[in-house]
Design a protein around this ligand. Structure first.
Ligand SMILES: Cc1ncc(COP(=O)(O)O)c(C=O)c1O
Length: 370
């Protein structure tokens, strides 16, 4: 008893009042939390967050900042509707795709009752957002041989989960999921769960989008972002694509003014007058990715290069020692990549985001000295 009292006494007021499960919860270790861009005098090469290299200057008119923006700025929705070929009623603009993930979980999962399903290795925010909300997490790992869906495993979870997160192209794996498998998963869960296809990287292989499935199925949601191919990660702008009833529901949960006026203005320009910048960016990134992947296969320390349909390459080293030494060699030379070795099935794996040609050349030059 005395022990319990002394533990309680050592807690701050906030810790005593907070939801207990948050006290020990580890937040998402984003690339910028692991390596902050502040407090550094040295120039860094950022290849750890799958951003695009710089895409030029953006001009803002920044008028009417004394007024709240529209709930969903019409210039932005018009631009995205034109870009993706869906009606405005099928779109919700959010603060990055990350906010879309959170809204979906909060809208479909009752806290401490319902669960989401993820297919690891996969993007970390699905689990973090679920944990934050008090939703359970069911895991059906990707099939290790080719990193595709374990449909038999998914079938066993029908009726037990409310939201299924698929990531295509996958992060950190890089590969697209076969369209036939995505359709099969949607059909499996058609009466019991929403199937979310996270397409944060779809611009790097646009013909494989699942957005067209929205017209066929009621239980599909597609997530998109301007953070990757559009080179606008700093803007925090993403889109949830779904049928009207889903968008109506999510609109009840989102903050009242999620998109600031400057964000709406810059994002609509990127989607219209500046669209070619993105297309050029994708072309050069895909070319560079092919060259880097080939080069990696030729290195003695590289055991495996994963096929990628996105703007990064995942590779496996022969040993943990190689993995650690390669990572440290790059960090000590101010080049930051991402260690993925703690993810299921990804022992000794590192992930390199495709930066500029000069950045990738510098990385190759350094790694050649290992
Ligand atoms: C698969 C995936 N989904 C969503 C996101 C989040 O994107 P945003 O910057 O739009 O929040 C990321 C970012 O790395 C990602 O890799």
């Amino acid at each position: 008893m005395a022990n319990l009292e002394s533990t309680k006494a050592s807690l701050t007021t906030a810790e005593q009042l907070a939801r207990e499960e948050l006290i020990d919860m580890v937040p998402y270790q984003s690339a910028r939390r692991l390596f902050s861009s502040a407090n550094s005098t040295e120039e860094k090469i950022w290849l750890n967050a799958n951003e695009a290299p710089g895409n030029g200057e953006y001009q803002l008119s920044a008028e009417n900042l004394n007024r709240y923006p529209d709930f969903q700025p019409s210039n932005l929705l018009d631009a995205y509707s034109e870009y993706c070929g869906l009606a405005k009623e099928q779109l919700l603009a959010t603060r990055g795709a990350d906010e879309g993930i959170e809204l979906i979980i909060r809208s479909f999962c009752k806290a401490y009752q319902d669960s989401i399903l993820i297919c690891p290795p996969t993007y970390g925010m699905y689990a973090i957002s679920a944990e934050n909300h008090g939703a359970g997490i069911v895991k059906v790992p990707l099939i290790s041989a080719d990193l595709t869906l374990d449909l038999a495993g998914l079938k066993q979870q029908v009726g037990k989960v409310k939201v299924v997160f698929l990531c295509s192209p996958g992060n950190p794996t890089g590969n697209l999921l076969p369209q036939a498998q995505i359709i099969e998963a949607i059909e499996l869960f058609k009466d019991s769960a929403m199937v979310v296809v996270d397409e944060a990287y779809i611009e790097f292989s646009p013909e494989d989008s699942s957005a067209k499935l929205l017209n066929e199925f009621d239980n599909v949601i597609v997530l998109r972002t301007l953070s990757k191919a559009f080179a606008l990660a700093g803007l925090r702008c993403g889109f949830t694509l779904a049928n009207k009833d889903v968008i109506t529901l999510l609109s009840k949960v989102i903050a009242p003014y999620p998109i600031s006026a400057p964000v709406a203005e810059l994002a609509s320009n990127a989607l219209t007058s500046d669209l070619n910048k993105m297309l050029e960016q994708v072309q050069s990134s895909n070319k560079l990715r092919g060259q880097l992947a080939l080069w990696l296969t030729e290195q003695g320390w590289c055991k495996q290069v994963f096929a990628s349909d996105a703007n990064f390459v995942l590779f496996r080293c022969h040993s943990e020692q190689d993995k650690n030494q390669l990572f440290d060699l790059l960090v000590s030379n101010n080049i930051l990549i991402r260690d993925q070795s703690k993810q299921l099935q990804l022992e000794n794996c590192l992930r390199i985001s495709i930066g500029s040609e000069q950045e990738i050349a510098k990385l190759q030059q350094l790694l050649s000295s290992y």
